[in-house]
Design a protein around this ligand. Structure first.
Ligand SMILES: CC(C)(COP(=O)([O-])OP(=O)([O-])OC[C@H]1O[C@@H](n2cnc3c(N)ncnc32)[C@H](O)[C@@H]1OP(=O)([O-])[O-])[C@@H](O)C(=O)NCCC(=O)NCCSC(=O)C[C@@](C)(O)CC(=O)[O-]
Ligand SMILES: NC(=O)C1=CN([C@@H]2O[C@H](COP(=O)(O)OP(=O)(O)OC[C@H]3O[C@@H](n4cnc5c(N)ncnc54)[C@H](OP(=O)(O)O)[C@@H]3O)[C@@H](O)[C@H]2O)C=CC1
Length: 441
């Protein structure tokens, strides 16, 4: 029986191969899956050439594993693909804090999405709307003929709504919403096919002209929620009591709640956790990003996607609810071998479960950033990890990257110009050493 404990202390101090072995010990993955995660069994040029157009190559990014996540009592290792340092560390740290309060609890709605059909040149909006709604069953039947397995599994088009816009830059328009349960698919292609199929019938019913027939990425009926409770003692630091850290975090949240300039950065910190899981699992991250920001402004004012408060026992309580149109079938999820392996590692059985993992990663990333911002500031933790990237961009060879980064951190000067100087000094020193021992340089 293999261990299934995501609390992998010191995981980050291992080599990439030893980490992979630890992931392998976390059940469910075979050697091919591990090869795909490691990159060796990843996307071939032949596959890539069939995925998009004009392919000339593939592009790699680091795949890290966030540890410590416990979601509804289940230990979970979270795969994250991202170029920015400290995101995986921060998410792991915050998941460790949330674990002290029992981990994350989640919920989600059904996978309901909206397909929009734009109708113009209609004289009487009220009469046209009534006619459309009278023919709802007929319209749903046309839509559902487009999608056999979805309907067979209990999903498909479920409802029709009509919205009237009396004025626009081009004049009035009616917009018909087709409400579709996409089950385990993201659903864009399925919805678009349905929207295009019902449009001629809508034109015939209303005498209008259908222009756009496309899904809406504001998937506000497809929401996922994560909640965590962090005891004050888990936030104790050598220089600050946990209660004081909580107060700072609550002020950080309050700032994002009232100020859109701050809320935008705060929400970027949430998406720091979500986008890497979307990338790792082959999702359409542009769709989620646009939906997230539109949802954050749903009341006419852009605000925080998370809420943070203190409960009667003095614990810090965080909640994140947002639209998450993800799929475990369709799109690229089964095409990209690493995405398929990442989904297997997560061991999710539905799109809703995947969405729930994503919101946990988002809530964790938000907590990590706020804890750092409200105490020591972002620079110490983030910049000390970023120092390695600065060392590499200054031309440090792989064997010297850690040494250059350590010098930058020790000097408290994590800057490209200083890194370049150190690399130059090192080249001179190593060249001299080679001359001394008689090795030509
Ligand atoms: C970076 C830490 C975690 C260090 O924090 P620390 O206090 O040095 O960590 P620690 O040594 O006490 O370790 C605690 C745990 O963190 C993890 N951890 C610790 N170090 C590593 C590492 N090297 N690699 C992987 N995991 C690491 C690991 O899980 C470890 O537990 P352990 O396993 O040892 O029991 C902390 O400073 C932090 O969370 N910082 C915030 C990170 C962050 O938010 N980064 C995003 C980039 S900034 C940004 O884009 C967003 C922002 C900030 O603008 C959003 C906003 O404004 O709201
Ligand atoms: N604005 C946007 O966001 C847009 C996004 N896209 C892209 O669309 C893609 C996603 O579209 P999507 O429709 O999800 O993908 P696919 O069309 O690849 O796959 C979805 C189909 O899988 C079938 N299916 C089988 N089993 C299930 C199940 N359990 N649950 C649900 N469906 C099942 C259904 O087909 P059936 O019922 O027909 O048999 C369903 O329609 C992404 O690549 C995205 O980037 C495209 C256009 C616009």
């Amino acid at each position: 029986m293999k261990a299934k404990n995501s609390r992998l202390q010191g995981f980050y101090q291992l080599s990439p191969l030893d980490r992979l072995q630890a992931v392998g010990a976390f059940d469910g993955l075979n050697n091919d899956d591990l090869r795909a995660l490691h990159g060796a069994g990843s996307l071939t040029i032949e596959r890539a050439d069939k995925m998009i157009e004009n392919v000339v190559g593939t592009y790699s990014l680091p795949l890290g594993i966030a540890t410590n996540f416990q979601i509804n009592g289940k230990d979970t290792l979270v795969p994250m693909v991202v170029e920015e340092p400290s995101i995986v560390a921060g998410a792991s740290f915050a998941a460790k804090l949330a674990r002290e309060g029992g981990g994350f609890t989640t919920s989600s709605t059904e996978s309901l999405m909206i397909g929009q059909i734009q109708l113009v040149h209609i004289a009487d909006h009220a009469a046209a709307s009534e006619l459309i709604l009278q023919h709802k069953a007929d319209l749903l039947a046309i839509a559902n003929r487009q999608s056999t397995s979805l309907v067979g599994l209990g999903g498909g088009a479920k409802d029709v709504e009509v919205h009237s816009f009396a004025a626009s830059p081009m004049g009035p328009m009616l917009v018909v919403h087709l409400i579709v349960d996409c089950l385990d698919a993201m659903g864009a292609n399925a919805i678009n096919a349905m929207a295009e199929a019902v449009a001629p019938r809508l034109e015939a019913l209303t005498g209008g002209r259908a222009y756009l027939r496309i899904l809406s990425n504001l998937s506000d009926r497809r929401l996922a929620t994560a909640r965590c409770v962090v005891p004050a003692r888990a936030l104790d630091r050598s220089d600050l009591r946990g209660e004081d850290v909580i107060e700072g975090i609550l002020w950080a949240y309050a700032f994002a709640a009232v100020d859109p300039y701050r809320a935008t950065t705060h929400n970027k910190g949430i998406l720091n956790g979500i986008d890497p899981v979307l990338l790792a699992t082959g999702q359409d991250w542009r769709a989620i990003e646009s939906g997230a920001h539109a949802y954050a402004a749903r009341d006419g004012r852009y605000t925080s996607l998370t809420t943070w408060e203190q409960d009667a026992e003095g614990n810090l309580v965080g909640t994140l609810t947002m639209p998450l149109a993800v799929g475990i079938v369709g799109g690229a999820v089964k095409v990209h071998p690493t995405a398929a392996a990442a989904l297997k590692l997560l061991n999710v059985r539905s799109a809703r479960e995947l969405a729930e993992v994503c919101v946990c990663a988002g809530l964790a990333s938000n907590l990590a950033a706020m804890r750092a911002l409200a105490t020591e500031g972002i620079q110490r933790g983030h910049m000390s990890l970023h120092a390695r990237q600065i060392a590499m961009s200054a031309g440090a060879p792989p064997a010297l990257v850690e040494e250059v980064a350590e010098r930058l951190i020790a000097e408290r000067c994590i800057k490209p110009a200083r890194a370049a100087e150190i690399v130059r000094e090192m080249h001179e020193t190593y060249a001299l050493q080679r001359i001394e021992v008689g090795v030509p340089c």
